[in-house]
Design a protein around this ligand. Structure first.
Ligand code: 13P
Length: 260
C-alpha cells in the first residue's frame, strides 16, 4: 500500500497511569517478540492524566501521542478544558476531533468541530476528524450526504496543503462499541467516497496522501479483511485497544500489506 498505515488506540475514559504503564510494558514485550515493519504508525490516545506516562514510555516504543479532545480557544477562563497548544506541549502529534461521543453527549456541533480542527492545525498538530452516519441515516440511504456534510463542515476553516496535515476517521455510529462491525465493502465504499470529497475540498494529491481510518468494533478477527480494503489506511480502535495483546493482534493485520 502506498499510504503509511496508522492505527490509533482510543482509550476513551479508561486506564489510570498505572494501567497505562502496564500496557506499555506489555507492548514492549510484544514488540520484542514479534516486531512489525517500521512503516506501520501507531498512536495512543490516553486520558489526559496518563499523557505524561505515555510520553515517558512512548518515545522508546515509537508510539505517537494523540489527544482525545481539545478546546477551540488557545487559553482562557474555561474550567475543565484543555487547549490544543497544551496538548502539543504535552507531546501530542494528533488530536481526535468530532468523535460521535462528543457530538452526542456534549452537544458538539459541526461549527464547533470546525473551530477545533482549526485550533489543532494552528497548534501544529494533525486533527483526526471523525465522521459517521447513524443507523437511521444509513437505512434511509443518507450515509453519503451525512458524512459529506460532516467532512465539509469540519474542514471549512482550514486550508490543507499536504495529505499529512489531516487524518479522517470513518466511524459509523451503529458500529461503535456494539460489536457490529461494518462489512468491508461498506467501509470501503464510504471511505472511497470520503476521499473523493476530500479531493474536491482540497485536491487530488492531498486526498491521495491523506490517511482515512475505519473505526467501530474493530477486533483481531475482523481487522485483516478490513485492512485489505484499498481505502482503509488504518483503524481507530476503542474497546479492543485497552488490552495491549489484543491491540497488537489488530496492528499485525497490516504487516502483510506493507513492505519491510
Ligand atoms: P470501539 O472500537 O469500541 O467500537 O470504538 C470505536 C471508537 O469509537 C474509536 O474511536
Amino acid at each position: 500500500m502506498t499510504r503509511r498505515p496508522l492505527i490509533v488506540a482510543n482509550w476513551k475514559m479508561h486506564h489510570t497511569r498505572t494501567a497505562a504503564e502496564d500496557w506499555c510494558s506489555k507492548w514492549h514485550e510484544l514488540r520484542e517478540d514479534e516486531p512489525w515493519p517500521e512503516r506501520i504508525e501507531i498512536g495512543v490516545a490516553p486520558a489526559f492524566t496518563a499523557l505524561k506516562t505515555l510520553r515517558a514510555r512512548g518515545r522508546s516504543l515509537t508510539l505517537a501521542l494523540v489527544g482525545q479532545n481539545c478546546h477551540q480557544e488557545p487559553f482562557g477562563p474555561f474550567t475543565g478544558e484543555v487547549s490544543a497548544g497544551m496538548l502539543e506541549d504535552a507531546g501530542c502529534a494528533m488530536v481526535i476531533v468530532g468523535h460521535i461521543e462528543r457530538r452526542q453527549h456534549y452537544g458538539e456541533t459541526d461549527r464547533l468541530i470546525a473551530q477545533k480542527v482549526k485550533a489543532v492545525r494552528e497548534a501544529g498538530m494533525v486533527p483526526i476528524v471523525c465522521v459517521g452516519e447513524s443507523e437511521n441515516q444509513r437505512e434511509s440511504g443518507r450515509t453519503e450526504p451525512i458524512i459529506e456534510s460532516q467532512l465539509r463542515h469540519a474542514l471549512s476553516l482550514v486550508s490543507l496543503a499536504r495529505g499529512a496535515e489531516i487524518v479522517v476517521a470513518y466511524e459509523p455510529v451503529w458500529a461503535i462499541g456494539t460489536g457490529r462491525v461494518a462489512q468491508p465493502e461498506q467501509a470501503e465504499a464510504a471511505q472511497a467516497f470520503l476521499r473523493g470529497i476530500l479531493a474536491s475540498i482540497t485536491n487530488r494529491d492531498v486526498a491521495g496522501d491523506a490517511r482515512i481510518l475505519y473505526g467501530g468494533s474493530v477486533n483481531p478477527d475482523n481487522a485483516s479483511v478490513l485492512a485489505e480494503q484499498p481505502h482503509v489506511d488504518g483503524f481507530l480502535v476503542g474497546g479492543a485497544s485497552l488490552d495491549a495483546g489484543t491491540f497488537h493482534r489488530i496492528v499485525k493485520a497490516f504487516a502483510p500489506l506493507v513492505g519491510d
